[in-house]
Design a binder for this molecule. Sequence first.
Ligand SMILES: Cc1ncc(COP(=O)(O)O)c(C=O)c1O
Length: 431
Amino acid sequence: MTHDYGEFSFESKDEVLAKAREYWNPGKTDFWVESGVPLVIDRREDYFIYDMSGKRLLDVHLNGGTYNLGHRNPEVAAAVAGAMAHFDIGNHHFPALTRTALAEALVKTAPEGLTKVVYGSGGGEAIDIALKTARHATGRRGIVSIVKAYHGHTGLAVATGDDRFSKFFLSDRPDEFVQVPFNDLDAMEKALSGRDVAAVIMETIPATYGFPLPEPGYLEGVKRLCERTGTFYIADEVQTGLMRTGELWGITKHGITPDILVTGKGLSGGMYPISAVLLAEHAAGWLTEDGFGHISTFGGAELGCIAALKALEVCNRPETRSMVHYISDVVGRGLREIQAELPDWFVGIRQNGVVMGLEFAHPQGAKFVMRHLYDNGVWAIFSTLDPRVLQFKPGILLEPALCEELLDRTAVAIRRAWDEVRGADRHRISA
Ligand SMILES: Cc1ncc(COP(=O)(O)O)c(C=O)c1O
């Protein structure tokens, strides 16, 4: 059957996979096929994605929260479609209607003290802007992040993260970028003691590391150390922002006002790429000194601003907040029931709102569960930097009936994965 999409067509899914391998990315294409997840997303709607084969999947990967409000959220889609009659990307050199309106909306809903907004087109670019800003304002070069941090793959962001990605492209810079273990305040204190560090950058809950939760007082302790040493605290809220923890910004649950806050992914409801960096006044000097200090043609694209204005408004509704509390309560409780049945396999649940990491007793445990979930109609992804842990990220508007469906499907998949792992282990032992 020909799949005809107007501008292009394919004879079959096999043809897409073959051409993806040939023209796009052979490594990624092969990885997914070999992992038993040969997904080519075709139709997408609400919290569902459909493979080209027609297979329906309930999406709890959401690209790290990009589809927080569901795929093609009708309100966001309508806002962007309507805006296309008037706006395009715009000219990034000039003040703009939409950029100004979104900046005002972000500042008004941000933690106290964040007063200026700089735009990017993706999370990594926004992180680079945050790091450059901290360096400019402090006159220092050092950047401290945690081991297994993930802040993106652009020039500076990649140097804050795992060696797997930074060394690969010779982009590691150990002299300027220092990493300390998560939840270790002594190590952080040592790293900051030379007073030559511009910023500590922290995901409020480290996503790609599998959402290990900060110990009580840890982030607050980091902030105090920053204040004592004149170091900026950059909150990476790319995955924990936009109501996913039950507050618009996860960092406010810790009573912390960061010097810089970074948001992206779900900011524009998955309809148009945009990211934003919110700066405290004492960080924002460069915007006055040389407003052209950072330039990005697509940063703050006006259609993205329109999408973001709508997405932010939806996230901020009181009924959305109530939904998050309902979903996190129901799904959290259901997961604990599944865990109680299989305590030797399903060994941990990390949860803050709808930010969840499910921990399994096998070094690659989440990959087994991911594949059984896929077979059983749910799409959730393993944590790249700790594949024992499955990232489980329900949307913030997930209807009650879909919460139940998610739990039923997940219970089956977790049991099947356990059967497989036990079988595989028996096999390995006898081999
Ligand atoms: C916490 C965090 N920060 C930054 C990024 C980088 O965002 P992007 O992929 O849009 O560059 C990501 C991406 O997954 C992320 O999870």
